[in-house]
Design a protein around this ligand. Sequence first.
Ligand code: AMP
Ligand code: GLY
Length: 426
Amino acid sequence: MNVLIIGGGGREHALALALAKSPLLTRLFIAPGNPGAAAVAEVVPLAVADHRAVVEFCRAREIGLVVVGPEAPLVAGLADDLMAAGVLCFGPSKAAAQLEGSKGFTKDFCREFGIPTGDYRRFTDAASALCYIRAKGAPIVVKADGLAAGKGVVVAMAVDEAERAVEAMFAGEFGAAGAEVVIEDYLEGEEVSFFALCDGARAVPFASAQDHKRVGDGDTGPNTGGMGAYSPPPLMMPALSARVMREIVEPTVAGMAKRGSPFRGVLFVGLMIGAEGPKLIEFNVRFGDPEAEAILARLDDDLLEFLLGCAGGALPARPPRFSERSALTVIMAARGYPGPYAKGTPIGGLDAASRTPDVTVLHAGTRRDGDALVADGGRVLAVTALGHDVAEAQARAYAAVDCIDWPGGFCRRDIGWRAIGAHRAK
Ligand code: AMP
Ligand code: GLY
């Protein structure tokens, strides 16, 4: 079977490596891809927003499955257009992608189907939102309803901070995404990214990971798309995983089917694990980045078989097998990220880094410039290592990072600190 991956980040490079191992695979394409993925897939210059061009490509190359990495094409209805043309697609329809595309939709959905999450209210005008905030007090969380590239969330520790967030959102800071605002209770606990594969009627767990959203060591500084991840998080014991499936994932799959928009694809459950157990922070309708890099490094199974099962409405009966080992990913980003940063700075030393045992250097935002490899984004490399525990994976990942010669880049030096701290405390 021929497969087309949509996307060009570290997550898609990891997907390409995993899919390339499948005995079911004939040819693997990726659009727009990146120089790292080009080693295992044929990079095609497709304009992904042009759904007709994607459909035509799939027909011409006899693509049996399209695997969509990022959320934007899903929210824009790429899966619907592919399925209408008879092309199988891993990733939900536009209607089911509302679970990520609208926070208000998801909160109402949780209320209807009894899914544990923070209490909330939806607002379309600043005056009533401000009134609610003053009545509730801080800490409180203010969210733009729509997609805002991860920036539309303000966790306000004080009432005036929440008020400013509401005013900025209704003043158009996030454009149409902020025309509606959700205000929700602050949840306390430890965050985990949990993944489940869904075929519209059934779901199986697909491992979990812990992300590091802040840019600086010790979880300081502004939020980013994610500066590193590891899998599995020690806190995610089998009983907790079963509870998340029972209390959150299964009611979601059943609820979406009942509403006539069955969820097919990967459900990314952003969890807060607190004293009362797991609560939903948010859903995403795709793999996390950098969570996917760490999780897929541990996969000991045929990814293509599972993704096909999701898309075709027939997940394999067995859950996917994962290695007992731990995986850890360190993101190397361009200096300045998540603020303004330079593109085009040269990167060296990747061959030496890749020779570190059990290390894979994934490309997240790179491009070739003649013979040179240069940075081409904020998050640029995803250095991923396996080890018998998180500490060993961490040591290997940083040994590889230290081989990389990229004065224009930086990384956090403490990825995995929670897991390693918990282990030491035992
Ligand atoms: P989101 O874009 O919804 O993932 O939110 C970004 C980050 O804000 C999350 O990863 C959490 O760290 C934090 N956050 C979001 N909602 C809440 C909440 N209700 N309580 C506490 N923290 C939250
Ligand atoms: N790492 C968080 C995300 O992919 O949204």
